[in-house]
Every structure is written in structure tokens, then in C-alpha cells.
Design a protein around this ligand. Structure first.
Ligand SMILES: NC(=O)c1ccc[n+]([C@@H]2O[C@H](COP(=O)([O-])OP(=O)(O)OC[C@H]3O[C@@H](n4cnc5c(N)ncnc54)[C@H](OP(=O)(O)O)[C@@H]3O)[C@@H](O)[C@H]2O)c1
Length: 290
């Protein structure tokens, strides 16, 4: 298959390129190659005429989206509309990467593909709009992922949570991390593999949850990072209410897929994925492993 990847140098984009190029013709499109907010710029897709377009481009700094709602909607929603329109014209499949932040966090069990979105911040609202625009092309996949960490680091966020924690720990900076906000950390390598299987197994079009398995708070995530890195900084659990942030965030947004196991697609547990990431980044301290 010929697969175009938008945002190919991003955290997830990098792993999608690595994973898919082994078996497919991959067209890597950087931000310089294609601006999703600009329909004319997106016309480059017609020249390449791919079978599948994967759109990873986003404005995903959650607080920035509150300050810049127009920009958030321009990238996350209008960008998705441009891709849906062009992909439909060339009979390509539109694939949109979405987020756990389309949910409000009021559920007590992980969110499935059947749960009704109800975003509580601008980022989530703009990504849900992106999902709806993507559906304008009946040939679509929407892959929701959460709390990504990948070797390339998120370009918009200047790294990822794992790298932030390790850097601060090495500097012996005391760390305060929220312990009342639950999510599923997800390795971009694993999300890319799930995307690959969805495409190759030609799953029915629709929404899929592509996170790793399990759940934890950000504090528990930080604890596991420290354990694997063999670091022992002062790590303090705090409550969300102790942090001043512009955007509200869902208190509970772990994802689970009730659809993928039927096709033999199973994500790893997040702790296994994290250990793999730490090996790849050479952060692992073997003496820290029990
Ligand atoms: N990061 C997370 O924790 C997380 C969680 C849930 C869902 N997601 C979703 O997962 C996807 C991938 O996230 P990521 O962490 O891989 O993000 P990332 O590292 O920031 O990658 C995004 C890529 O898109 C490009 N891009 C940004 N704006 C663009 C635009 N207007 N037109 C074209 N390209 C543009 C960026 O290029 P430049 O850097 O050169 O601008 C970058 O290469 C996003 O859709 C995001 O909403 C992320």
C-alpha cells in the first residue's frame, strides 16, 4: 500500500514511518511539506495519490489550546476537514489520531469505543470536531491514543513526560506529581504497530482505541520511571487542585479497546512498553529492576 504520513517527524509520526516503511511505500510529509490548515498546501496529497493518509498533526499543548482556540480549531479540526475532503476525492482512507481527552473523565472504568465523548477543554473539543470532520470520508479510521511517550519526543511539548522526569531526577530536583489523575501511558511504537495491524487486516472503518493496557496516575507513572532508571529523587504526590492550569483535564481517562481483540490485536501492558522504551533510550538501570 502507499501510505502518506502527515507530521512524519513528530513523536508518533516517527514510529509510524519506521513501522510502516518496512512493508509499504511510505510518503513522509513534514510540517514544511504540508500545512494541514491550508487546503491548497494539502493538495500535494493528490500528487502522491496514496491509498491511506495518516494525519498525526495537532496542536496538543492543552493549556495553549485554551489561550489559542482559533489555532487549536484550525489545526485539529479544519486540518482534519481538509484531509477528509481530499482523501475522499482521491478515494483514499483518512486516518485521524485522536485522544482520550474527548472524554470528560466521569467514568470509573476505562473508556471504550462505545462511550459517548464529552470533552471538557478546548483541545478535546477541537479533536472531537476533527473526528467528526474525518467521518465525512466514509473510508476512515480514528485511532484514539493517550499520554504518549516515544523516542522522538513530542515536538509540540519539547520531549515527553518520561524525559522530563528523568532530567529532573538527574538534577536531584524535588518532584511533585499529581496522584489523582488516571490515564494509560502509551508507547508510540506500540500505537504505530496497532495502526499497522488495523490497516493490514483491513478492519471495518470506524473508531479504535490504541493505547497500551492498564492504568495509573501520573505519580505512579513517575514512580515506575524512577524505579527503572534506578533514580531515587524526592517524589511527592499532589492533588490536581494544587496545580494552577488553564485547562481542565479529565480526572480519569484510561482507554481500552473492546473491538481490537476480536481481530487478534492486543496491546502490551504499559509497564512492559515503558521498560522497552527505557532500554531503547538507554535509561534503564538494570540494578533498579526487581
Ligand atoms: N502527545 C500526547 O501525549 C498525545 C496524547 C493523545 C493524543 N495525541 C495525539 O497524537 C497525535 C501525535 O502526537 P505527537 O505526540 O506525536 O505530536 P508531535 O510530536 O507534536 O507531532 C506532531 C507532528 O505534526 C506536525 N504538525 C504540527 N502542526 C502541523 C500543521 N499545522 N500542519 C502540518 N503538520 C503539523 C509537527 O511538526 P512541527 O513540530 O514541525 O510543527 C509534528 O511533526 C496528535 O494528533 C495528538 O493530538 C497525543
Amino acid at each position: 500500500m502507499k501510505i502518506a504520513i502527515i507530521g512524519s517527524t513528530g513523536q508518533l509520526g516517527t514510529d509510524l514511518v519506521k513501522t510502516l516503511r518496512a512493508r509499504h511505500e511510505v510518503i513522509s510529509l513534514t510540517h514544511q511539506d504540508l500545512e494541514v490548515t491550508d487546503y491548497n498546501s494539502c493538495l500535494i496529497l493528490k500528487k502522491h495519490h496514496p491509498d491511506i493518509i495518516i494525519n498525526t498533526a495537532a496542536l496538543h499543548k492543552t493549556d495553549q489550546c485554551e489561550d489559542e482556540p482559533l489555532r487549536a480549531f484550525s489545526v485539529n479540526a479544519i486540518g482534519a476537514k481538509n484531509i477528509a475532503t481530499i482523501s475522499k476525492e482521491i478515494q483514499a482512507t483518512a486516518t485521524f489520531i485522536s485522544t482520550d481527552y474527548v472524554f470528560d473523565g466521569s467514568k470509573k472504568e476505562p473508556y471504550t469505543e462505545e462511550d459517548v465523548p464529552n470533552p471538557i477543554n478546548t483541545y478535546g473539543i477541537s479533536k472531537l470536531a476533527g473526528e467528526l470532520f474525518t467521518k465525512q470520508n466514509p473510508k476512515h479510521y480514528i485511532l484514539r491514543v493517550s499520554s504518549l511517550f516515544g523516542v522522538a519526543g513530542a515536538s509540540g511539548k519539547g520531549g515527553n513526560f518520561v524525559e522530563t522526569i528523568i532530567t529532573k531526577a538527574r538534577k536531584k530536583e524535588p518532584l511533585s506529581v499529581v496522584d489523582d489523575m488516571w490515564m494509560t501511558p502509551t508507547y508510540t511504537k506500540d500505537a504505530a504497530r496497532i495502526m499497522q495491524e488495523i490497516i493490514e487486516k483491513r478492519l471495518p472503518f470506524g473508531i479504535y482505541h490504541g493505547s497500551n493496557q492498564g492504568r495509573c496516575t501520573w505519580f505512579q507513572f513517575a514512580q515506575e520511571i524512577m524505579r527503572l532508571a534506578g533514580q531515587n529523587p524526592t517524589l511527592k504526590p499532589i492533588e490536581t487542585s494544587q496545580q494552577q492550569t488553564k485547562a481542565r483535564r479529565p480526572a480519569f481517562s484510561p482507554l481500552i479497546s473492546t473491538k481490537l481483540p476480536a481481530y487478534g490485536i492486543q496491546a502490551r501492558k504499559w509497564k512492559e512498553a515503558l521498560a522497552d522504551y527505557m532500554i531503547e533510550k538507554e535509561h534503564l538501570n538494570w540494578t533498579g529492576i526487581t
